[in-house]
Structures are given as structure tokens and as C-alpha cells.
Design a protein around this ligand. Structure first.
Ligand SMILES: Nc1ncnc2c1ncn2[C@@H]1O[C@H](COP(=O)(O)OP(=O)(O)OP(=O)(O)O)[C@@H](O)[C@H]1O
Ligand SMILES: [Mg+2]
Length: 473
């Protein structure tokens, strides 16, 4: 341990402070002395102590209250009480409340030195453990992604192995599972990490603009093309192009994308000149692309081309062991963001998190913890704070069958589809059937809304690729 350990001494008698100072000085502790418990506590949050030596009987604030306050403000600080009177009962009470030990006055100097050296060893051991734990945590992460479970460690290993070589990769997984994180890691760990990582979200692009966005266009190629424009392929030249939600790519563009991947050449719309590009392609999807391909809704040749390397990110419910580590990281992030001192979650709150359904996966867990940290009043998040931050669809069904305690049963995950369907119908009705307005209110692109309408059989489904025009309002 580098810095000297800190001993905080609180006693209303200055003579006692001077005595402790004489005894302790040679032991190498840095001393912080206070005659006022309130001042001492006020300073503790900013400059923590390793051990505190506290008088049990003080006029302003009793030693037991100081002990309780320290356990709140800085639980890892060891507390030793001093008592002048035969107040052994309260001293024993103090030990029950978490004090290391108590000393009666006049002080037994050897005993005090012994307690301090023990406390010092404890502090050093804690610091060493913490450092080792941090090191392990770092080794087990992948570019900031957390995953201690065997399935995630396996996935991280695969990413590390393929990242130096892969020309294309397909990342699959449910919404919020971490697909973009994996895509970025492939870029970061590959030979192109100094070059650009360009993202395109295929569900956010109007169908007619795809080609121009991806491949660029020449002046006058279509109405509104007032200038030459490079596409995202050219922008990502030498780097990585991340095609997010590739399942939303229109059929005609799929064919062109396949050609670019195979030839390494793009052609701007309106140009006859192919242009060499050197781009690594990472695609992501939360759909069953194989099923889509089998059903003729996605080109099989493109699917097989991308699927040479598939990185499947497992849903959070299949790796519950990751929840405590993700929770710790998110709580730390949000306690900084909200300027609060939050160290973690209570054991009951952790159980609640472990029992959640997490259909929105890590993103949803993160959102719940953000809300809980916003609400938080103490140093650890309570079960209540977690519960009131969880959507009812995520919370586990009530454990108790007691009829007095019966909350409405949260919907099962197969019911989520029905809820989504009802919600879409209601919003569409309120917008008098205007899909553009409905999509905006739902936070979806029109294309995505159109897909959902198809899935819920609210519009006739397409039979073949590209047979449907743009999703009109
Ligand atoms: N293993 C992880 N460790 C830390 N943070 C994670 C992890 N996985 C996901 N996250 C966080 O969760 C959020 C969602 O992750 P990401 O955007 O990668 O998911 P996604 O699979 O691309 O979701 P979508 O399908 O909705 O696009 C992000 O804020 C991300 O930082
Ligand atoms: Mg994503």
C-alpha cells in the first residue's frame, strides 16, 4: 500500500487527543483529530479514514450514533470505541453494531497498538483484494463489455480470435443484448482500429435513398441530386462499415451489397465507373435471418456470405450470472452522472433484478438502474427503488400467493406481442390511419412500422422480395 493509513480520533477532551497522538504517532498512521463528532463526520465523506477511534460518551453526539453514521458514510472504516465509565453494556452493543472492539480508559497502550496494527492489515488486505479484483475484471472484459458468464467469455474469445482476420461478420441477438458493442469490439481489436467505424441503421433509411446512402450518387442522377456525393462505403474505406438491422435492407439493395462484398467495388448511382473500396463489413440483426432467408424474405446468397462468421449474443436471461457485474458497472456510471454516493444494491434488490424477465436485455437493465439511481435516497439501491423502476412486464410475478398481497399478474412474454399489437392499433386509430404520424409517435421508422403491421397481420403480407412498394401513409 502506498499512502499511509488514516486514523480518525474523536474525543471531546483535548487531553485525550494529545495522549492518543503520542501513542500512535510512531506506528506510521496519519492522524486526523477532532473534538467535535459533527465536524469529524462532515469531513469523512470527502477524506475517508481506515480506522476511527471514538469516545463513547460525548456531550454533542454519543459514540454509538457516531458509529452508526460511519457505517452509513463509510462502511469499510473500522471503528474502535473508548469508554471511561463502566459502560460495558453499551460497548458490547457497539460491537454488535459493527465496531471492531472497545477499550476502557485509561487506555491499555499495548492493546491499542495491537488493534491498530490489525486494522491496518485488514485495510491492506482489502486494498490488495480490490486491486486484484479490478485486474481480473479488466481481463474478463471485452472493450468495455462486461460478461463473466461462460457463454459471454466464449463469445469474447471468439471475437478476439476472429477480429484480426474477418472481412465480414454477422452479429445476431435480441434487442439490447449488445450487438453493437460486439461490432465495435471487432473493429477495435482488428487491424483497422485507427480507421473509421461507420454505422448505418438500415431500418432508419427511406427505401428510395438506400442506394445513394450506401454507394453515393452523381450530380443529376435523380431529382434532388444537386451534387456528387460519396456513399457510406467510400466514407468507411479502409475501416469498418456497420450495417445495423440488416434484415430491413430492401431486396434490390441486398443484391447490390452482395456484389460490393464480392468484388470490392462500388458504383455511385448514375455512374458507370466502379470504384475500389476496402471495407470490412459487420452486419447485425435481431431477426432470425436464416428463417427470413428460407422464407424468401432475405437473399440466401447474401445471408450465407455474411454468416461465414456468426457471433450470437445470448439474451440476458440465459446468463443471469452477468447481472451483478453489469449492475455494479451501471450503478457506478449513474452515481457519477447524478452526483450521488451509491455503492451498490441491497441483497433483496439484487434478487429482484435476478428474477426479472429482461426481454429488453442489457439495455433494459441499464435503463432500470438509471431510473433507480435517479430515485435513490441512500447509499445502496433498495428493493422498492428497483421495483418502482421496472416496467411491470419485466418484474417477476409476485412470489406470495397471499390474496391480500396480490398484485395484478404481469403479462407473460408471449402476451407482449398482443400488447404491442393493441398499442399499434390504438395509435394508428388516434392518428386516423396515418402511418407516418403513427410511426413517429411510436418512435419507429415507417419501414419498421410496416414490418410490425405485417407481423401482426394488420396488413396483407408480402409473398416475395421487393413486391411491395414503399410503405405509404
Ligand atoms: N456486455 C455489456 N456490458 C456493458 N454494457 C452493455 C453490454 N451489452 C450491452 N450493453 C449496453 O446496453 C445497451 C444496448 O447495447 P447495444 O446497443 O450493443 O445492443 P443491441 O444488441 O445493438 O440492441 P438493438 O438490437 O436494440 O440495436 C448499450 O447502452 C450498451 O452499452
Ligand atoms: Mg443496436
Amino acid at each position: 500500500m502506498g499512502a499511509r493509513p488514516v486514523l480518525l480520533v474523536i474525543d471531546d477532551e483535548p487531553g485525550m487527543l494529545a495522549l492518543v497522538e503520542r501513542i500512535v504517532r510512531p506506528t506510521g498512521f496519519e492522524l486526523v483529530l477532532h473534538t467535535s463528532a459533527r465536524d469529524a463526520l462532515a469531513g469523512l465523506a470527502a477524506s475517508p479514514a481506515d480506522v476511527a477511534l471514538i469516545d463513547l460518551q460525548m456531550p454533542e453526539l454519543g459514540g454509538l450514533d457516531v458509529l452508526k453514521a460511519i457505517r452509513e458514510i463509510q462502511p469499510q472504516c473500522g471503528v474502535i470505541l473508548m469508554t471511561a465509565h463502566a459502560a460495558v453494556d453499551s460497548a458490547i452493543n457497539a460491537v454488535k453494531l459493527g465496531a471492531l472492539d472497545y477499550l476502557s480508559k485509561p487506555l491499555d497502550i499495548d492493546r491499542l497498538r495491537q488493534l491498530l496494527s490489525q486494522a491496518r492489515e485488514d485495510a491492506e488486505r482489502r486494498a490488495a483484494l480490490l486491486a486484484a479484483e479490478n485486474q481480473t475484471a479488466h481481463r474478463l472484459e471485452l472493450c468495455g463489455m462486461i460478461g463473466r458468464s461462460a457463454v459471454m467469455q466464449e463469445l469474447f474469445g471468439l471475437v478476439r480470435r476472429i477480429a484480426p482476420h474477418a472481412r465480414t461478420a454477422l452479429v445476431t441477438g435480441e434487442t439490447g443484448a449488445g450487438k453493437e458493442g460486439i461490432a465495435r469490439a471487432i473493429h477495435e481489436l482488428g487491424p483497422r482500429r485507427q480507421r473509421k467505424f461507420v454505422t448505418i441503421n438500415c431500418s432508419a433509411i427511406v427505401e428510395t435513398l438506400f442506394e445513394s446512402e450506401l454507394f453515393g450518387h452523381m450530380r443529376g442522377a435523380f431529382t434532388g441530386a444537386t451534387d456528387h456525393k460519396a456513399g457510406l462505403f467510400e466514407a468507411a474505406d479502409g475501416g469498418t462499415l456497420f450495417l445495423d438491422e440488416i434484415g430491413e435492407l430492401p431486396g434490390a439493395v441486398q443484391a447490390k451489397l452482395l456484389r460490393v462484398i464480392e468484388n470490392g467495388e462500388v458504383q455511385r448511382v448514375g455512374s458507370m465507373q466502379p470504384k475500389k473500396v476496402d471495407v470490412r463489413i459487420v452486419a447485425a440483426t435481431n431477426r432470425q435471418l436464416k428463417t427470413e432467408a428460407d422464407a424468401g424474405r432475405f437473399r440466401s446468397d447474401l445471408y450465407y456470405r455474411l454468416n461465414v462468421i456468426e457471433l450470437a449474443v445470448p439474451p440476458l436471461r440465459e446468463r443471469l450470472q452477468d447481472i451483478p457485474y453489469l449492475t455494479a458497472a451501471f450503478v457506478e456510471e449513474f452515481s457519477v452522472k447524478f452526483h450521488k454516493q451509491i455503492d451498490g444494491v441491497s441483497p433483496a434488490a439484487e434478487r429482484t433484478l435476478m428474477e426479472g424477465r429482461w426481454s429488453g436485455n442489457v439495455r433494459e437493465l441499464r435503463n432500470v438502474l438509471e431510473r433507480a439511481c435517479m430515485l435513490a435516497e441512500g447509499r445502496s439501491l433498495t428493493e422498492r427503488e428497483i421495483q418502482s423502476s421496472m416496467p411491470s412486464t419485466t418484474a417477476a410475478p409476485p412470489r406470495s400467493t397471499d390474496s391480500l398481497d396480490r398484485r395484478p399478474t404481469p403479462p407473460r412474454s408471449d402476451d407482449l406481442d398482443a400488447i404491442e399489437r393493441d398499442h399499434i392499433i390504438r395509435v394508428l386509430a388516434e392518428e386516423r390511419g396515418n402511418k407516418r404520424a403513427a410511426a413517429e409517435r411510436l418512435g419507429l421508422s415507417r419501414r419498421t412500422l410496416y414490418r410490425r403491421l405485417e407481423r401482426h397481420q394488420l396488413v396483407p403480407s408480402r409473398d416475395t422480395l421487393g413486391s411491395v412498394g414503399s410503405p405509404e401513409t
